[in-house]
Design a protein around this ligand. Structure first.
Ligand SMILES: *[C@@H]1O[C@H](CO)[C@@H](O)[C@H](O)[C@H]1NC(C)=O
Ligand SMILES: *[C@@H]1O[C@H](CO)[C@@H](O)[C@H](O)[C@H]1NC(C)=O
Length: 348
């Protein structure tokens, strides 16, 4: 209740989101990190280690390969506060590159209004703003948002899908508009100036499905962004992908405060942060999803006008319990501690 009121007061009053329409569901919940390593069971299921490091949250069925079955039957715990969500969600990590060429991982912190998570991210599931029918993901469903190889603007910005927010002061200063739409604090590239209050990335997934395929070779073709407009403007789905999905969205918040000293930034005026796939632009930001909710609970929740991190249709757990869920590290290399001479898996 406290979180819900904080969420509504702090976020809605500031216009971070339009107030939900009658009957609309906006789930917003934290998930702690379950593992940080070079694995990617979606894009590189045959590679151990995979090309770059990810930070992963969710159920403990995460492994080098995750079978395309009902993941909720493979996992028995989750780092998410909704305890029936055994999905896995993952993104790139971010590193600071020092002037001497070494790298240090930038710590992740809980999002606005959240407490208790260890690193990780905030996950959102939003039903359509126009109240139209929504179809929850099915067991075996998986998808990708963004493209880790992208280094120029690939057009995903059209749907406000991926961006970075530069907080102007501690405690989320400057957080006063919908993600990716406030040009004074949002950018599709990594921010060019130090962010006194840290940085956030937002990743919105496609919201239209072909209704048949649980996955596709590029992990994207079976889904689509709206044909015109955005999910927020109730843009229509294309006829090839007519089924409306909940909008899955990730937010990751980084505490950049120990790296904001401009004297430690490159003399050429470039910014020093780099994503784990060796991307200093930010255009390669991406998110990965393997659905793993138990039974039909996500569909029920999407139809229950739920809001924030509580929902009468869903069971929750405290982070003191969620944080006990773990998966063993399978790739033995240093990805988090100390100053690294190279980005793991990268040539330099
Ligand atoms: C939970 O899953 C882990 C990893 O798969 C397994 O080692 C453990 O035995 C399971 N525990 C229970 C109580 O099923
Ligand atoms: C590289 O620079 C960082 C940041 O100034 C410093 O902490 C680290 O000790 C340096 N490493 C070496 C090998 O000089």
């Amino acid at each position: 209740m406290q979180l819900k009121s904080l969420f509504s007061a702090a976020l809605f009053a500031r216009g971070l989101f339009a107030a939900p329409a009658a009957g609309q569901t906006v789930l917003r919940f934290g998930c702690s990190q379950i593992v940080v390593e070079r694995l990617d069971p979606l894009v590189n299921p045959d590679q151990n280690p995979s090309p770059h490091v990810h930070q992963v949250v969710g159920g403990n069925a995460f492994a080098p390969e995750v079978p395309s079955t009902d993941v909720s039957g493979l996992a028995n715990c989750t780092t998410c506060s909704f305890s029936e969500d055994f999905s896995n969600y993952w993104t790139a990590n971010m590193y600071f590159k020092a002037l001497n060429g070494t790298y240090k991982r930038v710590p992740q912190i809980p999002n606005r209004g959240n407490t208790g998570e260890s690193g990780g991210m905030t996950v959102y599931y939003t039903s359509p703003y126009d109240g139209s029918k929504v179809t929850a993901f099915k067991p075996g469903f998986r998808m990708l948002a963004g493209d880790s190889a992208q280094r120029t603007n690939g057009g995903i910005t059209k749907w406000n899908a991926i961006c970075f927010r530069c907080y102007t002061a501690k405690n989320f200063g400057g957080d006063n508009d919908a993600p990716c739409s406030d040009k004074t604090v949002d950018s599709v590239t990594l921010p060019s100036k130090p962010c006194p209050g840290g940085m956030r990335t937002t990743i919105r997934f496609p919201t239209c499905w072909d209704g048949t395929n649980l996955d596709s070779a590029d992990h994207s073709s079976h889904v689509s962004y709206p044909e015109t407009g955005t999910f927020e403007t109730s843009g229509p789905c294309p006829s090839t992908h007519p089924v409306k999905l909940p909008q899955l969205m990730f937010e990751v918040v980084w505490d950049t405060s120990s790296f904001n000293d401009k004297s430690q930034w490159p003399a050429d005026g470039s910014q020093p942060f780099i994503l784990s796939m060796g991307d200093g632009t930010g255009y390669g930001q991406h998110g990965d999803y393997i659905f793993g909710w138990k039974g039909n609970v996500l569909q029920t929740a999407m139809e229950s006008a739920c809001f924030g991190a509580t929902c009468k249709a869903l069971k929750t757990q405290a982070f003191t319990d969620a944080n006990k869920c773990a998966v063993p590290v399978t790739v033995k290399e240093d990805v988090t501690d100390g100053w690294l001479t190279t980005l793991p898996g990268m040539a330099n």
